[in-house]
Design a protein around this ligand. Structure first.
Ligand SMILES: C[S@@+](CC[C@H](N)C(=O)[O-])C[C@H]1O[C@@H](n2cnc3c(N)ncnc32)[C@H](O)[C@@H]1O
Length: 238
């Protein structure tokens, strides 16, 4: 798996944030021209990898439509057992760009997001930081804690969470048309990892696995229930 060599500061206004992120994630500030995989921080924060670029905004592009319609995420709500009056604590074991976590946070859930790739953790931090100052965004941001670790570090505490949420997503048997972001992630991360079998062997209350329709699972047992959407499904184990 590739990961960033450091953070490049492009303008003065991003210097303080870059320094904080460099400290939090123990990643150097760099100015070398030879760096191939890095995050540049200027007006936008961009992950660079082999001349390809990845941005992560929660308020632009396709994801913004999901944000605006987050109350209509019916199958996701059913999968995590959402109740309007209860705040569940969800462990997102495959954080990625933080999109699913952010939808769940907007739906009032408390999220511990685990992502083992440092570059992606910083892109999530930046997407959260660039949200407009609005109460529902501020509440959602406060609901998310980001931890840069292999989620297997949480196997022994799985039972303390109401839901373990896992989206490995690169395991399709059929060639699906991928978004540019997903294409970037597949090349950048290169090695496929799926911690679901490890979590399945622990004590957990509820585990939700997001899958493309025909993807195979390492878990041989049938889920207690599946919720199907247009191209993906959520398998729920209890
Ligand atoms: C398909 S992406 C998840 C996308 C995410 N659901 C979203 O909405 O943005 C899968 C992510 O899981 C991460 N991942 C895979 N195995 C992991 C593990 N054992 N611990 C932490 N992160 C892991 C990968 O680095 C990758 O970023």
């Amino acid at each position: 798996m590739a990961d960033i060599e450091g953070i490049k500061i492009l303008n003065l206004s991003s210097k303080k944030r870059a320094k904080n992120l460099s400290k939090k994630y123990d990643i150097p500030l760099i100015n070398s021209k030879s760096a191939k995989t890095f995050i540049s921080m200027g007006d936008k924060s961009i992950l660079h990898f082999e001349n390809n670029k990845l941005e992560n905004s929660f308020i632009a592009g396709k994801f913004n439509t999901r944000i605006k319609q987050h109350q209509s995420e019916t199958i996701l709500k059913k999968a995590v057992g959402w109740q309007s009056s209860v705040q569940k604590h969800i462990l997102d074991a495959t954080g990625g760009l933080g999109h699913d976590s952010f939808i769940l946070a907007l739906l009032g859930q408390k999220i511990t997001l685990l992502e083992k790739n440092t570059g992606l953790c910083i892109l999530i931090e930046e997407a959260l930081n660039n949200l407009p100052n609005l109460p529902y965004f501020n509440n959602a941001r406060d609901n998310i804690s980001i931890i840069n670790k292999d989620s297997r570090a949480f196997l022994t505490s799985a039972e303390h969470f109401d839901v373990i949420y896992i989206d490995p997503m690169f395991n399709s048997d059929k060639k699906l048309k991928r978004s540019k972001q997903m294409e970037f992630l597949a090349n950048y991360l290169a090695e496929y990892d799926d911690p679901s079998i490890d979590f399945y062997q622990t004590k957990f209350k509820r585990m939700v696995i997001k899958k493309e329709f025909r993807s195979s699972s390492g878990i041989k047992d049938d889920p207690a229930i599946s919720f199907k959407g247009a191209s993906i499904k959520y398998d729920v184990y209890l």
